[in-house]
Design a protein around this ligand. Structure first.
Ligand SMILES: [Zn+2]
Length: 250
């Protein structure tokens, strides 16, 4: 964005205790917002990760039955680096996640289990960034991002998925905000500075994936990627490195 439509990013709300982050793949949160998560857990907040898949289709040279368990381990390690001990997998198939009531129900169930005030997901829109020629997003991110935004309402409605109540999952209508990381139209931000080193180490835990992705030295690649993304919005956030979110209040 240029010109007069540039507005400052607001600080993310801090008056909450529990957050649930729901994304499609191992590494989505580490590319997207781990520095913010590190800051939140430093402040004593509880953050839980839920992943729709184990990312088993993510490495060309590894068959899914080998890749899935490897990437699950990398995800658990990377979560621990930023203070997240609970990581759950919904066991949808990597690459072919379908948006629909099954996915909404699985995410609504996770919201009811963990009763978050803040729900975080990753960019659910067609492209990364705005404007002509912005890189195309993937169908898994679209499906999971949109289903997560929808499931926050489903979680609070006793009659949408009555089978969840039968399983002992009472409605949870306490989600106050939905935050979309890596949105092309962010409204809010978290200072990435205090958590940046841990965010780098957290993303580096996805070593098998990164080594398959790039010939660059993994640490150099991760430092330059997170340095670039967190500095992009700093002009709108008092010059501080920022993890940005598009925030929807409920
Ligand atoms: Zn992904």
């Amino acid at each position: 964005m240029t010109g007069t439509d540039v507005t400052d990013l607001a600080e993310m709300p801090g008056d909450w205790q529990r957050a649930l982050a729901v994304v499609a793949h191992p590494d989505d949160l580490e590319y997207g917002c781990a520095a913010a998560v590190a800051g939140w857990t430093d402040a004593g907040k509880e953050v839980v990760y839920v992943l729709a898949t184990r990312g088993e289709a993510g490495i060309d040279t590894l068959a899914p039955d080998v890749c899935g368990p490897l990437r699950e381990r990398e995800q658990r390690d990377s979560a621990a680096v930023v203070g997240v001990d609970t990581v759950e997998f919904l066991d949808h198939r990597d690459g072919v996640i379908e948006y629909g009531t099954g996915l909404r129900r699985d995410i609504a169930a996770a919201i009811r289990r963990h009763r978050p005030e803040l729900v975080v997901t990753l960019n659910h829109r067609d492209t990364w960034g705005g404007g002509p020629g912005a890189p195309w997003n993937t169908p898994d991110h679209l499906a999971v991002g949109r289903a997560t935004l929808d499931a926050a309402a489903d979680a609070g409605n006793r009659w949408i998925f009555p089978e969840l109540v039968e399983q002992g999952l009472e409605p949870w209508g306490g989600v106050r905000w939905l935050a979309v990381a890596a949105s092309s139209t962010p409204t809010h931000a978290v200072d990435a500075g205090p958590g940046l080193d841990r965010a780098i180490r957290s993303l580096l835990c996805h070593r098998a994936y990164i080594e398959a992705l790039t010939d660059e030295d993994p640490e150099q690649y991760v430092r330059s990627f997170l340095g670039m993304t967190t500095s992009q919005a700093s002009a709108r956030f008092g010059g501080r490195p920022a993890v940005t979110f598009e925030l929807f209040a409920r």
